[in-house]
Design a binder for this molecule. Structure first.
Ligand code: FE2
Length: 293
């Protein structure tokens, strides 16, 4: 006799968000999916941008030298090539399926420039906050080529690319000790190769959302099944065992979750600290050239 298995109670959709079309850097066209309005609700995540175009006028200018302090940027490239250089001496080429995880810490000046004059440039940049005790840590940088992003292929027709966190015992490309990085982000790129469904456990304390970038999906909970259309972000309620996503073949979705920091958020452009005084200090330090060795 086997014990009856506990039914999976999936989180339901709390809110759906259509991103805001904007331009950033030197005129790069993008959609700001997670904006400042959601920083509290989706703590520790500060921003998610989705860029995607086959017109070089939309991406050619790239992101010339600019500073950051107090958080991390995670760039995930779906298609295209982007060259990264920073004041800490790091340089790397980010391309199809690869990830760049940059910890700004106490400060970097960097550039992110396209290395292509035609073709499709598509990807995401996520901003992940750092806890107050890590905001002034030394800058760090990891370039993870596509073949180094762990993948899990489920026989029912789901491929999971694990950028960070852990799925079914498989560790993602970035897994760090909780005492240093308490937000413990889970960042998954889920490809439905067949029409099927997928369940992922989530800690109820962790804030979570999905973003659909191919096809469309449905989030299945006990109460309802909510359809999430292409290019929509769905914020998930903090209850239940995790999330159940059903989708038709060809759909692709990001699933992102993390433990909230519950600290004050003070942002001035590319600086994210806890107080206004710390922001003013960041501006002064940047102007004094302290971000560059
Ligand atoms: Fe940047």
């Amino acid at each position: 006799m086997t014990a009856p298995s506990t039914p999976f109670h999936g989180r339901s959709v709390e809110q759906q968000v259509i991103g805001q079309a904007t331009r950033d850097g030197d005129g790069v066209k993008l959609t700001r999916v997670l904006t400042q309005a959601h920083q509290r609700r989706l703590d520790p995540f500060l921003m998610l941008d989705n860029f995607g175009s086959n017109d070089p006028n939309d991406y050619g200018g790239g992101f010339p030298d600019h500073p950051h302090r107090g958080f991390e940027t995670v760039t995930y490239m779906i298609a295209g090539r982007m060259r990264h250089r920073d004041s800490a001496g790091h340089e790397g080429l980010l391309q199809n399926g690869g990830v760049q995880w940059m910890t700004a810490g106490r400060g970097v000046v960097h550039s992110e420039m396209p290395e292509q004059e035609e073709g499709v440039m598509e990807g995401f940049q996520l901003w992940l906050n750092l806890p107050s005790h890590q905001k002034l840590c030394p800058p760090g940088y990891q370039d993870i080529q596509s073949n180094k992003v762990p993948e899990l292929n489920l026989t029912k027709g789901v491929k999971i690319r694990i950028i960070s966190g852990e799925v079914q015992g498989v560790q993602g490309a970035v897994c760090r000790p909780a005492h240093l990085f308490p937000t413990q982000p889970l960042y998954l790129d889920i490809h439905f190769t067949k029409t099927t469904s997928f369940q992922q456990a989530l800690n109820p304390e962790h804030n979570a959302f999905i973003f659909v970038y191919r096809g469309k999906v449905a989030v299945v909970s006990e109460q309802q099944e909510t359809s999430v259309e292409l290019h929509r972000m769905a914020i998930l309620q903090n209850e239940g065992h995790g999330v159940e996503i059903s989708a038709s073949a060809g759909s692709q979705v990001l699933l992102i979750s993390g433990k909230p920091l519950n600290e004050p958020i003070a942002q001035y452009g590319p600086f994210v600290m806890n107080t206004r005084e710390e922001l003013m200090q960041a501006v002064d330090d940047f102007r004094a050239g302290l971000f560059t060795p």
